[in-house]
Design a protein. Structure first.
Length: 270
């Protein structure tokens, strides 16, 4: 008597096209980030002279946009093609990378909580380095201005941190008109003024510190951010949990699809 094995195992179309839909969003978002980053670099002339990338001592926000775009584009492409072609190598690459990013985020969050003083020192050092490059890059300038304006702060620890910038330094050697001043984003806005006064911070640090309170924000941005975090801890935790759930969902879809493909291949081998 002969026994024949019939395999009913097949790749689930639900998981296959759900993973494809999941990744097409990543892929399109990656394309958008890359397009925005390359456009910003073309406007600043970086694409015609790549040495400008290393010439900036602070953070170029466009680099961050491009890195995020490259990661999202690569993962989206691997996930889409891997799902449609049922390619185990691409699916394992997608799954492994997502898992690595998830574990990295978790490790950073734990280490930041355990070593708060070290993180505070690194943030202070990072902010001061970017203050030095404030006038060197328009995107960095806009980022710092937005941070100071939204958080009602000035400098890393306070307004005197603007001595790190050659244009705002109070040194007698400086011939800048902004000497001993602060950026306009440090100024307390006047509700009656509809037009932003970009010269409101001129010479402010030549005055006594008792006069600063009425004209500029005297709180440092590190202190402002430390005060902001406890007030918005539920929002931060909610965002972190939402991102984590999306990553776990992607890992689940990829692992399930890989298992289906491997089961089909094993069944066809008989």
């Amino acid at each position: 008597m002969h026994y024949y094995r019939y395999s009913n195992v097949e790749v689930s179309c639900w998981y296959k096209y759900l993973l494809f839909s999941y990744n097409i969003v990543f892929w399109l978002a990656g394309v958008a980030f890359l397009a925005a980053g390359l456009w910003a670099w073309s406007e600043k002339g970086v694409l015609s002279d790549l040495t400008k990338v290393t010439g900036l001592h602070g953070l170029d926000p466009v680099v961050l946009v491009l890195v995020v775009g490259i990661v999202m584009f690569t993962l989206g492409f691997a996930g889409c093609v891997g799902a449609l072609r049922e390619n185990i190598c691409l699916l394992k690459f997608f799954c492994g990378t997502i898992m690595f990013i998830f574990l990295l985020e978790l490790a950073v969050a734990v280490l930041a909580f355990l070593f708060q003083d070290w993180v505070r020192d690194r943030v202070k050092e990072f902010f001061e380095n970017n203050i030095k490059s404030y006038r060197d890059d328009i995107d960095l300038q806009n980022l710092i201005d937005s941070l100071q304006r939204i958080n009602h702060c000035c400098g890393a620890q306070g307004p005197d941190d603007w001595d790190f910038n050659i244009y705002f330094n109070c040194s007698s050697e400086s011939k800048s008109r902004e000497k001993c001043g602060v950026p306009f984003s440090c100024c307390i806005p006047d509700p009656a003024q509809k037009v932003v006064n970009t010269q409101c911070g001129y010479d402010i640090r030549k005055k006594s510190k008792s006069q600063w309170d009425d004209q500029i924000f005297v709180k440092g941005c590190i202190v402002a951010l430390e005060a902001w975090l406890p007030r918005n801890i539920y929002i931060v935790a909610g965002v972190f949990i939402a991102i984590s759930l999306l990553q776990i969902f992607g890992i689940f879809l990829a692992r399930t699809l890989i298992s289906d493909i491997e089961a089909v291949k094993a069944g066809n081998a008989f």
